[in-house]
Design a protein around this ligand. Structure first.
Ligand code: GLU
Length: 468
């Protein structure tokens, strides 16, 4: 069956939600449209002297707030439609979690497994140089971050290239997020998207009435989970779900999937994959040769954490999960979405669920602009107040705290504690907002999330006086 392009799907989801708002048509199309796309082509000199022509993109979807924000992906399927779709999702995502940025996304069409580290570094530096020349990067303009196929190392190269060329000497650190901690990164950013996925699913599962509507009990303790993708997002989401009490019954990667209804230990699977080069043949688990079959296994929660377009009208009817937690961007097509809703599946949408990454990117950006580590001025003060309180309790009660308990309770908040608490607060608040809109409009969670985003972006435009 022919499928709509990724951008067309995102736009369909937008239209579905826009119908529930009262904004003028012109304003709605301004919100939906992608403002600017830069398509660049540049040469890469391979290690053996051959020349490759590299296609790369940066799409800036909405400038209603600056800077615009979004990751850069390295994948062979990257194209203009995809970066525009992903940039649109970033605008809605930032609005939903109240992060004051517009949306953007970049991509380099490259299969990174076929390139050496030195080649990837050359590509990254050249890509950054192109962005600088066209004013598509800068702390107040456009701030990239990691996405599929990139991580802290690429972000450090971007920063270094920006630092070398740009005349911005004070705030240059804030030109990119997801950097290594020693290069201005914030503690907790690497695991932020996966942790946010966990907070979002835990929150969704905490409502007894919503769970009863699915024939489930509240809480994570009795839930079985399938995760597709063991990259940064999938690995951390699986790990936090397991730590939160859920049972991971299957894990899927591109080489295949493994299934064990008794449960898989995520760390042990990752260690096995590191040692053998594959998740297959994990002790006690059954192999599934076709990775996509894992999506159709019986489970309570399915977490697609790889790429877009994984659940389509071709396999939607075979999905047995009662909850789908979209850790990836766009894993469920618009057609599949309709089929799954018909089957009463609760879809926790990407624009909300994977927003933990950009939320903590926001914290990193703030840290870079303020030039101070979170907690630097308050941690010791907090600790001394806590200690005084505990000593007073000891005096009044005549009893003493055990030393470990004393230390644990008195401990002032470190940077990572503050980051994680800000992330938890963000995910819980945003879920409350979209759940409320879901009820008020009698719609699904994705439509509610889009209504929420559209309303917030509309307010920005109206306040600018552009649409009186
Ligand atoms: N690439 C991530 C996303 O899709 C993070 C973006 C960011 O931190 O700017 O949300």
């Amino acid at each position: 069956m022919a499928h709509e392009s990724f951008l067309a799907q995102v736009d369909l989801m937008f239209e579905k939600a826009a119908a529930h708002t009262k904004h003028p048509v012109g304003l709605l199309s301004q919100i939906k449209i992608c403002n600017s796309v830069y398509h660049m082509t540049f040469p890469l000199k391979r290690d053996d002297g051959a020349i490759d022509t590299i296609q790369a993109y940066r799409a800036e979807h909405s400038h209603h707030k600056l800077p615009v924000k979004g990751g850069i992906r390295y994948a062979s399927a990257v194209n203009e439609d995809e970066v525009m779709a992903l940039a649109s999702l970033m605008t809605y995502k930032c609005a939903i979690v109240n992060v004051p940025f517009g949306g953007a996304k970049g991509g380099v069409k490259i299969d990174r497994r076929k390139y050496s580290e030195a080649e990837i570094e050359r590509v990254t530096r050249r890509y950054t140089y192109e962005l600088i020349r066209k004013n598509f990067i800068g702390p107040g303009v456009d701030v990239p971050a990691p996405d599929y196929g990139t991580g802290p190392r690429e972000m450090a190269w971007i920063l270094d290239t920006y630092n070398t060329i740009s005349s911005d000497t004070l705030d240059a650190l804030a030109c990119v997020t997801g950097k290594p901690v020693g290069q201005g990164g914030v503690r907790g950013r690497t695991e932020a998207t996966g942790r946010g996925v966990f907070f979002g699913i835990r929150e969704a599962c905490s409502y007894a009435d919503d769970m009863a509507a699915l024939g489930l009990r509240p809480g994570l303790g009795d839930k079985t989970v399938v995760v597709q993708g063991l990259g940064n997002v999938g690995y951390h989401a699986a790990k936090f779900m397991q730590e939160g009490g859920a049972t991971i019954v299957a894990l899927a990667e591109y080489e295949g999937a493994i299934h064990n209804p008794e449960g898989l230990d995520v760390e042990a699977v990752v260690a096995h994959r590191r040692a053998t080069g594959s998740i297959l043949d994990f002790p006690g688990a059954q192999n599934l040769e076709r990775s996509a079959d894992a999506l159709e296994l019986p489970c309570d929660i399915l977490i697609p954490a790889a790429l877009e377009g994984q659940i389509t009208s071709d396999n939607a009817l075979c999905i047995q999960a009662k909850i789908i937690g979209e850790a990836a961007n766009g894993p469920v097509t618009a057609a599949a979405d309709a089929i799954l809703l018909e089957k009463n599946v609760l879809i926790i949408p990407d624009v909300y669920l994977n927003a933990g990454g950009v939320t903590v990117s926001y914290f990193e950006w703030l840290r870079n602009l303020s030039h101070v580590r979170f907690g630097r001025m308050s941690r010791r003060f907090e600790q001394s107040i806590n200690e005084k309180l505990m000593r007073a309790v000891e005096q009044v009660t005549g009893k003493r705290f055990a030393p470990e308990m004393f230390e644990e309770v008195a401990h002032g908040a470190d940077e990572v504690d503050l980051v994680n608490s800000g992330l938890e607060e963000t995910m819980i608040d945003a879920y409350g907002e979209i759940r409320e809109l879901r009820k008020r409009h009698g719609v699904d969670l994705r439509t509610a999330a889009f209504i929420n985003a559209i309303d917030k972006v509309a307010v920005s435009y109206l306040e600018m006086g552009i649409f009186p």
